[in-house]
Ligand binder design. Structure first.
Ligand SMILES: Cc1cc2nc3c(=O)[nH]c(=O)nc-3n(C[C@H](O)[C@H](O)[C@H](O)COP(=O)(O)OP(=O)(O)OC[C@H]3O[C@@H](n4cnc5c(N)ncnc54)[C@H](O)[C@@H]3O)c2cc1C
Length: 436
C-alpha cells in the first residue's frame, strides 16, 4: 500500500464515492484514496434508505437551496448514469397526501416550493380527493400533491458502480479500514488506520456521514456543532398489498420543523412494498442494535449535555416527538397506524417482517436548533461535509461536483482535462446548472 496520498476521502458512502468518481476523471496525476471502515461501500446510510430519487418539492428554496438544486439536477444525472450502465431506475412518481385542511395548506406551499425549485407545470400538480380516487381508489386524504418527476432506485448498486469506475481510473479504496486517529504532523495529515497502520495525506475530505462531526472535532473543527442520531425503521408489506397503490405515498409531516418525515407507503424499485421509516433517537450512527446503543449511551449523553443538543433534548416538542417515535419502534401497530390513516386497508397483523433500518445524523447548533441545510467547513488542508442528509443520495453527484469546484477554485485539485469530461457529463456544464 502507498503510504503517501495527495488526498484522502474519509467515508465510502454515496457522497465519498461520488467525489472519488469525479476526481478520478479530472485529477489523474493525483494519488487519491477513499477510506471506508465497512467491507463494502454504501454499507451504512447510503445503502439503507428509502431509495427515492426525490423531486425538490419538500425543500424551502431559501433554507435548503443547495439540497433543492442538487436534487433537481441529481435526478437527471442518476437517470443518465443508470441508463448507461443498465442499473435500476424507475420513474414511478410519488404522491404526498394531506389528511385535513391544515395539511392541504402545507401541500399548497410544497407546490409553490417545487415550482420555485425548478419543477415544471406538468411535473407537479395538486389534486382533490375526488380526482385522486379515480387513479388511487384506496387512498384516503383531503387532497394530494402528485409529483410525476420522482423515481425509485437502489443507491447501494449505484454507489458500487461509481466505485468500480473510480477504481478503473486509479483511485484506491481501502475497505474494512477505519481512520482511528488523525493528527497534523509537519503540515501533513498522519492518519492511523485500524489502530495500527499509518498513512499520510496533504489533504483530507471528511465525508464520514454519521461520524463526520466526530472526525471534524478530532481535527479541531466545528466544535460549536454536535449531532443527534435517529434510526429509521421499516416494515415489509406482504405480497397481497403490492397493488394497493400505483405510487409511493408520503403524508404531510406532523412536526415539519424537525429534519425527518412521517412513515410513508413505499414501493421499492423491485416492486416490493414497505412502511417506514420512523425516526427513533439512538446513541450511535451505527446503533442498529441494543448492544451498540448501550455501549455508546454514556459518552453520547455526556457529549449532548455539554453541547447545544442539551437545549434540544429538554425542549417539550422534541420530547413529545421522541416519545412518539420510540412508541412506533416498540409497537408495530403504532407505526403501521400512521400509514393506515391514509391507507385504511392495511392491517398490522398481516405485516410481520422487518426491513433494513438506516440511521440519519442531524446536526444541532450551539443554540440547540437543528441545522436545516448541509454545513461545509473549508479549512486550509481539510474540507468537512456535515449534516449531509435527505435528499443526500439524490443530490450526491451534482453536489460532489460543486464541492470539487470549490476546491479547484482554491487551486487544490486543478481540472487536468481540457474537455472536462467525466463519464457522460462535462464538469463545467454541471457547475453551470448548479449555479444557475
Ligand atoms: C431512513 C433514511 C431514508 C432516506 N431516504 C432517502 C431517499 O429516499 N432518497 C435520498 O436521496 N436520500 C435519502 N436519505 C438520505 C441519504 O441516504 C443520505 O443523505 C446519504 O446516504 C448520505 O451519504 P453519505 O455518504 O454522506 O453517508 P454514509 O452513507 O453514512 O457514508 C459515510 C461512510 O463513512 C464511513 N466512515 C465513517 N467514519 C469513518 C472512519 N473513521 N473511517 C472509515 N470510514 C468511516 C461509514 O462507514 C459510512 O459508510 C435517507 C436517509 C435515511 C436515514
Amino acid at each position: 500500500m502507498a503510504h503517501n496520498f495527495d488526498l484522502v476521502i474519509i467515508g465510502g458512502g454515496i457522497l465519498g464515492t461520488s467525489l472519488s468518481y469525479f476526481l478520478s476523471h479530472l485529477n489523474k496525476s493525483k494519488t487519491i484514496a477513499v477510506i471506508e471502515q465497512a467491507k463494502e461501500v454504501a454499507f451504512h446510510t447510503s445503502g439503507r434508505n428509502t431509495g427515492k430519487v426525490h423531486a425538490p418539492y419538500l425543500y424551502n428554496p431559501e433554507k435548503k437551496k443547495m439540497f433543492a438544486k442538487a436534487a433537481l439536477h441529481g435526478y437527471e444525472m442518476w437517470r443518465k448514469y443508470s441508463e448507461l450502465k443498465n442499473l435500476p431506475f424507475k420513474e414511478d412518481g410519488v404522491i404526498e397526501v394531506s389528511r385535513d385542511k391544515k395539511g392541504t395548506k402545507v401541500l399548497e406551499k410544497y407546490l409553490k416550493w417545487g415550482k420555485q425549485n425548478g419543477l415544471l407545470e406538468d411535473q407537479i400538480e395538486l389534486v382533490s380527493k375526488t380526482d385522486l380516487k379515480k387513479s388511487e381508489p384506496e387512498i384516503k386524504c383531503d387532497a394530494a400533491l402528485c409529483v410525476y418527476k420522482d423515481a425509485s432506485t437502489d443507491y447501494s448498486i449505484l454507489t458500487k458502480s461509481l466505485m468500480e469506475d473510480s477504481l478503473q481510473n486509479g483511485i484506491k479504496f481501502l475497505l474494512g479500514t477505519k481512520a482511528t486517529n488523525i493528527k497534523n504532523k509537519n503540515g501533513k495529515w498522519k492518519i492511523t488506520l485500524n489502530h495500527e497502520h499509518e498513512i499520510f495525506s496533504d489533504f483530507i475530505i471528511n465525508a464520514a456521514g454519521g461520524e463526520s462531526i466526530d472526525i471534524a472535532h478530532s481535527m479541531d473543527v466545528a466544535r460549536n456543532l454536535t449531532d443527534v442520531h435517529f434510526r429509521g425503521e421499516y416494515w415489509k408489506a406482504p405480497k397481497e398489498y403490492y397493488n394497493l397503490t400505483k405510487r409511493s405515498v408520503y403524508s404531510v409531516p406532523e412536526f415539519p420543523d424537525y429534519p425527518f418525515l412521517d412513515p410513508h407507503w413505499i414501493i421499492r424499485v423491485d416492486g416490493t412494498c414497505e412502511i417506514g421509516p420512523n425516526a427513533v433517537p439512538v446513541f450511535s450512527p451505527y446503533g442498529y442494535k441494543k448492544s451498540e446503543n448501550l455501549k455508546e449511551f454514556v459518552p453520547k449523553m455526556l457529549e449532548m449535555l455539554g453541547s447545544g443538543a442539551r437545549k434540544a433534548i429538554f425542549d417539550k416538542q422534541f420530547q413529545e416527538l421522541a416519545i412518539n417515535e420510540i412508541q412506533s419502534s416498540m409497537s408495530k401497530s403504532a407505526m403501521i397506524d400512521r400509514v393506515k390513516s391514509f391507507l385504511p386497508k392495511i392491517e398490522a397483523d398481516k405485516i410481520t417482517e422487518k426491513g433494513t433500518a438506516g440511521i440519519r445524523s442531524s446536526v444541532i447548533n450551539e443554540h440547540g436548533k437543528f441545522v436545516p441545510d448541509v454545513v461545509l467547513v473549508d479549512e486550509d488542508t481539510s474540507f468537512h461535509i456535515l449534516n449531509y442528509n435527505s435528499p443526500g443520495a439524490t443530490g450526491a453527484l451534482p453536489f460532489s461536483v460543486n464541492i470539487i469546484n470549490q476546491l479547484n477554485e482554491k487551486g487544490l485539485f486543478r481540472n487536468e482535462k481540457e474537455d472536462g469530461k467525466c463519464g457522460p457529463w462535462v464538469f463545467s456544464e454541471i457547475i453551470e446548472k448548479m449555479s444557475g
